[in-house]
Write a protein that binds this ligand. Structure first.
Ligand SMILES: *[C@@H]1O[C@H](CO)[C@@H](O)[C@H](O)[C@H]1NC(C)=O
Ligand SMILES: *[C@@H]1O[C@H](CO)[C@@H](O)[C@H](O)[C@H]1NC(C)=O
Ligand SMILES: *[C@@H]1O[C@H](CO)[C@@H](O)[C@H](O)[C@H]1NC(C)=O
Length: 360
């Protein structure tokens, strides 16, 4: 979605050398965080979008809090995804190599064995916006994990713009231009099944050992009676609808997503946060007004000043890190990320998200 907007203008990013490494801000919470990407194949489901009728296979990244160890640098996104995003954004003036040059400070899996996580971390499952990679939320989710939550982000294949599997295979999105209610509800239903599959998998100890390599030295890494669901845009709608069909979730958060499906009329009894960009409120969004009137538990609606739809992603921090020209910055701010600023946006969004997770 952001790509279509960015393509429609011409401007120049300040050129970055192909080999320059752009450091991204680290998380600020009390824990360090390890990241681990895995593929999960649902043997019980055929992928409804796969022309060859293969099994539904999602990619997930786990963010595990750890309290000590040395900090390493790792690439923000893997190679095929970086190349794809570079080519997609190139017509907007972003030089080739930009995404490959983005690095975050994080811990790697090569920890000395005595560095162990504390465990009993509440779990947060994350679902991204339509046509947007889960990797574009890495900094936000790392910040949440650094406050003591085990976070798992999900790519919904054929819905995300690109999904890159561990063997290098890629699946491109086909939903970038959906507009009708039927299309959104159909995408929503596939996403809900992905989230339920993931939650089921998290009760399988063998899967947990693969998703969270650090769990091998800590038998109680996760607190599976405290699982919340968080999402941006259609991912926020996914959070609400998934909670309706499965009462194992103790709370949910919708970052700026229009709501779809039966949950709008049926509501929820667990804690729920609606967090909108400027002027995206119950007054402007009827699905929010109807849903709000059917929320029976703790609820809060927030409106983020000086923000736009993609403020609720890593884009504001990435744009700041890339030191773009004023002209480019102003256009992207107006169209997508607002003027709030990357670090301020990350701080406000994660602070309210973490506070809500503590209530759930
Ligand atoms: C990704 O690209 C870098 C730089 O070209 C290379 O050093 C690295 O081996 C590649 N990684 C994989 C997994 O192919
Ligand atoms: C969405 O529409 C644009 C413009 O018509 C087109 O270039 C692009 O390929 C479409 N994307 C998908 C995934 O259908
Ligand atoms: C929000 O809505 C008000 C009232 O309709 C309008 O004056 C204002 O310009 C809007 N702000 C933004 C950022 O769109």
């Amino acid at each position: 979605m952001i790509r279509a907007i960015l393509r429609s203008i011409s401007f120049l990013f300040i050129s970055l050398g192909q080999t320059a490494i752009v450091p991204l801000p680290s998380s600020t919470g009390p824990c360090d965080v390890t990241l681990h990407a895995s593929e999960l194949v649902d043997m019980s489901r055929t992928d409804p979008y796969d022309p060859r009728g293969g099994q539904r296979s999602i990619m997930v990244t786990t963010f595990t809090p750890v309290n000590c160890g040395s900090v390493h640098s790792t690439s923000y996104i893997p190679n095929a995804t970086a190349r794809y995003e570079d080519e997609s954004f190139q017509s907007s003036g972003i030089p080739l190599g930009t995404f490959e040059s983005l690095h975050i400070q994080t811990q790697t899996q090569q920890q000395p064995p005595h560095f162990r996580p504390h465990g009993d971390y509440p779990v947060v499952l994350f679902s991204p916006a339509v046509s947007t990679s889960r990797l574009m939320y890495t900094l936000l989710l790392q910040e949440i994990a650094s406050n003591g939550f085990a976070v798992v982000s999900v790519d919904h294949p054929y819905d995300a713009d690109i999904v890159e599997y561990p063997n290098g295979r890629t699946v491109l999105g086909v939903l970038a231009n959906i507009t009708t209610e039927t299309e959104f509800v159909s995408a929503l239903n596939v996403r809900v099944k992905d989230m339920l599959f993931l939650l089921d998998q998290m009760h399988d100890e063998k899967v947990i050992r693969n998703l969270f390599p650090l769990s091998q030295g800590s038998s109680h890494l996760l607190s599976l009676d405290r699982v919340t669901i968080l999402g941006h845009s259609l991912g926020g709608a996914t959070a609400a609808q998934t909670m309706l069909v499965d009462n194992r979730f103790v709370g949910g958060i919708n970052l700026d997503g229009s709501l779809w499906g039966p949950v709008v009329e049926k509501g929820l009894s667990s804690p729920f946060l609606l967090f909108g960009h400027t002027n995206h409120t119950q007054a402007s969004e009827s699905s929010w007004a109807i849903f709000w009137s059917h929320l029976r538990g703790w609820k809060l609606e927030l409106e983020l000043a000086q923000s736009e739809h993609y403020t609720f992603s890593d884009f504001p921090v990435l744009v700041d890190a890339l030191s773009v020209s004023d002209e480019v910055r102003q256009f992207i701010q107006a169209a997508r990320i607002g003027t709030i600023g990357g670090l301020r946006a990350k701080d406000v969004i994660t602070s309210y998200t973490i506070a809500t997770l503590h209530i759930s």
